[in-house]
Design a protein around this ligand. Structure first.
Ligand SMILES: Cc1cc2nc3c(=O)[nH]c(=O)nc-3n(C[C@H](O)[C@H](O)[C@H](O)COP(=O)(O)O)c2cc1C
Length: 498
């Protein structure tokens, strides 16, 4: 199943009872006390998605707000038309591993592109009036978290599409106590493009453009078909096209339209598009920023983009989300691509790898299809740990803790993983300590660099497989009820237990 746009996906969630509309007044202005608590409440409770239609302190009151659309593993799987999370992960990994299954995008005429229904150019651009500003609480600026950034390599012309956050400067608190330059609140936004740690492909393009003394042309397309977002959050090898990968995921080409002012292409059914130029040498202080590890970053210095054109639908919608103590809305649409990246790579090399789970706090758990005497060799668990650290994709090398378990341990159930660690691991013999791994960008426990991010982190691998035959001739039998018997007893006692 393929969605034409975000709206078709939302319609499916609504018909499925997973999305509701609310006109209860909620505050979205800076320092509000409504939006972050709402995210926490949904994730503590039934976790549905919402469309919020009565927002206070909102600069674009006619634009409804999409809230928590990706908040579960199931909903993230539904972005590619599959309900079962394991099936969706395997499909993501299958398409990723085989670029023959990718489908090239198609360019359609501008007159057929919904994202071109309204066009605002040059001096008419007013970000404070034309782009929704939503705060979740203590953050300095209102962030755009629904945009995929499109750029081309200045040397090769090859395209990159990545899901990157940007920061709007209107009514923004400056964490360094500086003033943003005059007019930046109307025409500029800051972009999380990094050419230093933690690096991303838009950052590579920006660095190359600086060597040519040119700004980098950029377009951000906001709220597209969710399969395009899933593809844009996947770390493809440098130079490969996320639109073609998205085509493979959705089984049909992504329809693109040419931009108005830059030589780039964006999904035709996006809700909003911002076009402009990104400057390597012009950076501003941004913060506070609530990050994926669940802590605030105080100050980031990141480059600014001048907006030369905004296009949008006649009746646009806006999606805003926050990173905070997990879980939160886009945790899974951020993690499933990482699981797919590692699974696609490892299964090609090591067929005994059955599943990989990256938890919302980014513990990596690898489940094998064999254990004990059926493992290929005594060091197999440790071999898997090294394979994760060397896997392709952007994040696996930053896995701070990797746990390897056998097929009888449920990698989605942390109690089961804990049981395996406590009953199958000798802490000195069955672990690997790596003093010089790559740090995860938001880990507050790793030493900070001058760039405002950690570069190096200690890492640990835990081999929680059964040490037969290398340490024991046989392992004790597990004392656990058979699941079929549990179901039978549950049925039998229903009159009493309900
Ligand atoms: C909602 C959301 C926001 C994200 N924001 C950023 C960001 O600001 N900067 C970044 O480097 N990665 C961000 N990511 C992760 C990237 O999308 C992901 O690593 C992707 O593979 C980057 O593409 P690239 O490898 O082509 O650079 C975000 C992911 C999601 C789901």
């Amino acid at each position: 199943m393929k969605f034409r746009d975000m709206r078709e996906y939302l319609a499916l969630l609504e018909s499925d009872g997973q999305l509701k509309r609310s006109s209860i007044p909620l505050d979205v202005s800076r320092d509000n006390k409504d939006m972050q608590p709402l995210m926490r409440h949904l994730h503590n409770d039934n976790n549905i998605a919402l469309i919020l239609e009565n927002l206070q302190g909102y600069n674009t009151p006619d634009v409804p707000l999409i809230f928590n659309p990706f908040g579960t593993r199931e909903r993230t799987s539904m972005t590619i038309g599959i309900r079962d999370p394991l099936e969706a992960k395997v499909e993501h990994a299958r398409v990723l591993a085989d670029s023959n299954t990718w489908i090239e995008p198609e360019i359609i005429d501008k007159s057929d592109a919904p994202c071109r229904e309204v066009i605002i150019k040059g001096d008419d651009v007013r970000l404070d009036k034309q782009i929704p500003h939503v705060w979740f609480g203590k953050e300095g600026p209102a962030y755009i978290t629904n945009g995929i950034g499109v750029t081309k390599d200045p040397e090769t012309g090859k395209r990159n599409v990545g899901w990157y956050r940007t920061a709007l400067l209107w009514d923004a608190f400056n964490p360094a106590g500086e003033e943003y330059p005059e007019g930046y609140d109307q025409r500029y936004m800051a972009v999380y493009a990094y050419w230093n740690p933690p690096m991303n492909h838009i950052g590579n393009h920006l660095f190359k453009s600086s060597l040519q003394n040119k700004p980098l042309e950029v377009a951000f397309a906001c709220s597209c078909d969710p399969a395009v977002h899933l593809a844009a959050a996947t770390g493809l090898p440098y130079g490969q096209d996320e639109y073609a990968f998205a085509g493979g995921l959705r089984g049909a080409p992504v329809e693109l339209v040419k931009c108005e002012t830059v030589d780039l292409e964006v999904p035709a059914t996006a809700e909003y598009v911002l076009e402009g130029e990104l400057y390597y040498d012009d950076q501003v202080a941004i913060g506070w920023h609530s990050n994926v590890a669940g802590y605030y970053d105080r100050i980031h210095r990141i480059p600014v983009m001048k907006i030369n054109c905004i296009t949008h639908r006649k009746d646009p919608m806006w999606h805003a989300t926050i990173e905070m103590v997990p879980p939160f809305d886009h945790n899974y649409i951020g993690m499933v691509p990482v699981e797919g990246e590692v699974l696609a790579d490892l299964q090609r090399k090591i067929p005994e790898v059955k599943d990989i789970v990256v938890t919302p706090s980014m513990l990596y758990i690898v489940q094998l299809s064999v254990d004990g005497a059926r493992k290929p060799h005594a060091e197999f668990g440790k071999y898997i740990i090294h394979a994760v650290w060397g896997a392709s994709g952007r994040w696996a090398r930053t896995a701070k803790i990797v746990v390897v378990v056998g097929p009888d341990v449920d990698p989605y159930d942390l109690a089961s993983v804990e049981w395996a660690i406590m009953t199958r691991v000798q802490p000195v013999s069955d672990t690997i300590m790596n003093p010089h791994g790559q740090a995860f960008v938001d880990d507050p426990s790793a030493p900070m660099t001058e760039f405002g991010f950690p570069a190096v982190s200690e890492q640990m691998g835990i081999d929680a497989t059964i040490k037969v035959p290398e340490r024991f001739d046989e392992y004790r039998e597990v004392s656990q009820a058979d699941p079929d018997d549990v179901a039978r007893i549950a049925e039998l006692l229903k009159p009493v237990l309900g």
